[in-house]
Design a binder for this molecule. Structure first.
Ligand code: HEM
Length: 123
């Protein structure tokens, strides 16, 4: 059985990543937090590889991820997670048909939920 990654292909996942971060860069509230990113082509390639592996593809870059650590203390809030997802969803839907799009978005929402929880004050 083929993985979602194999069905979509690396080029399409690269396109989603590029289009998504093009919108992030001009977003009034998300762009300032992404000021920590200095090399956009490198970031896009890093995230594209992340999604490729999350969607069942074999790793092709020698890179590590620590998603929890990267989203701590950079000013992420649950409301910003919702805004991130609201940008991501239409781009995935534009390029990917269901049920693969639903599964990709389910993974993004799950990660979003844990990022939101980590950045929710206790009281
Ligand atoms: C909602 C789902 C989200 C997913 C699936 C996601 C995914 C990722 C991944 C995989 C990375 C790379 C982590 C690593 O290198 O270990 C990353 C980096 C980053 N994310 Fe997110 N993210 C999400 C939400 C957000 C939100 C809401 C913000 C900001 C408000 C944000 C800001 C960033 C920034 C600034 C980086 C770069 C950090 C660095 O390289 O130092 N992310 N994200």
């Amino acid at each position: 059985m083929s993985s979602i990654a194999q069905r979509l292909g690396r080029e399409l996942i690269d396109t989603v990543s590029r289009q998504f971060y093009a919108q992030i860069r001009v977003h009034p509230r998300l762009a300032p937090i992404f000021a920590v990113v200095h090399d956009w082509p490198q970031h896009e390639a890093h995230i594209s590889h992340f999604w490729w592996t999350m969607l069942g593809g074999d790793a092709y870059l020698d890179t590590q991820y620590n998603v929890a650590r990267k989203h701590l203390d950079i000013g992420v809030t649950p409301a910003l997670v919702d805004e991130w997802l609201a940008l991501f969803e239409p781009i995935v839907r534009r390029h990917v048909a269901s049920p693969d799009a639903d599964e990709w978005l389910r993974k993004a929402r799950m990660i979003g939920q844990s990022i939101a929880l980590m950045n929710t004050p206790l009281d």
